[in-house]
Design a protein around this ligand. Structure first.
Ligand code: IPE
Ligand code: IPE
Ligand code: MG
Length: 250
């Protein structure tokens, strides 16, 4: 940090516009406390509230949380059922908190794969918070990055076949318009808790230039201070987007 001339307030550290989080480690947290895996998922709700409130407080525009992957369907049936029950309870209970914080909630992923009761609550929560504008919150449920890209390719093909687009004049933007996060800035900061250093089929397209932050902290233990550490890591990075450091300085 450069010393500031006296009387000049220090410039605020750069803040990500969009944070994407793989909330991992619930199962290990539960086992470490001698409890069933699903109690770990339940205990993961507190940190979800914390990061939402921290994003709102700090003026971060968008937050995308990986809650359940396309591949998580293959987990034991009782764990999947527990997670689906948790979604229903949490959506019922947390709507006032979302409203109080001005959060606009959306779901990304294959919602058709969800039970009707989960899908209905997701649709209700989406409609009920559509007027809010302080934080755009995406919950990735039954989401896979490859599936997302494949769906975008299918949409593009359909738009070519129906004559809306000319296949010889396609742009990257035409393609990206079919992705789940179309219309949002790409995540600037990616956080994964739980110690694993992998993407696990999260936002494969959108994370192209995200700063990556991994922490061993298990998701149920993730606190406002841990989020602050991730933001400090982000603030210390030089984002070059393929340019040289000298180009950025000039
Ligand atoms: C992340 O925690 C939540 C989901 C994948 C639904 P895990 O359940 O993967 O926790 P670990 O990795 O087994 O500890
Ligand atoms: C990624 O975690 C998915 C979510 C956190 C929702 P996983 O626990 O499923 O990922 P892997 O299996 O360790 O790659
Ligand atoms: Mg895991």
């Amino acid at each position: 940090m450069q010393p500031q001339p006296s009387g000049q307030p220090a410039a605020a550290p750069p803040l990500p516009r969009h944070v994407a989080i793989i909330m991992d480690g619930n199962g290990r947290w539960a086992l470490g406390h001698g409890r069933a895996r699903n109690t770990g998922h339940q205990s993961g709700l507190g940190p979800v509230r914390t990061v939402i409130e921290e994003c709102v407080r700090r003026g971060i525009e968008a937050l995308t949380l990986f809650a359940f992957s396309s591949e998580n369907w293959a987990r034991p049936a009782d764990e999947v059922a527990g997670i689906m029950n948790l979604f229903c309870d949490a959506l019922d209970r947390e709507l006032p908190m979302l409203h109080a914080n001005g959060v606009r909630l959306r779901f990304i992923g294959d919602l058709a794969a969800l039970e009707a009761r989960v899908r209905e609550r997701a649709a209700e929560a989406t409609a009920a918070t559509a007027v809010n504008a302080r934080l755009r919150l995406q919950l990735a449920v039954s989401y896979g990055g490859r599936q997302d890209i494949f769906a975008a390719a299918r949409k593009l093909a359909a738009r070519c076949v129906n004559g809306e687009l000319d296949s010889n004049r396609l742009t990257v933007e035409d393609f990206a318009a079919g992705l789940a996060l179309a219309g949002l800035p790409d995540p600037d900061l990616f956080i994964r808790t739980g110690g694993e250093q992998r993407i696990s089929n999260f936002l494969l397209w959108n994370l192209a230039y995200a700063e990556l932050y991994f922490t061993d902290t298990l998701w149920p233990d993730f606190s406002a201070d841990d989020f602050e550490l991730a933001l400090q890591h982000f603030a210390g990075r030089q984002r070059r987007f393929g340019l040289t450091a000298e180009q950025l300085a000039s």
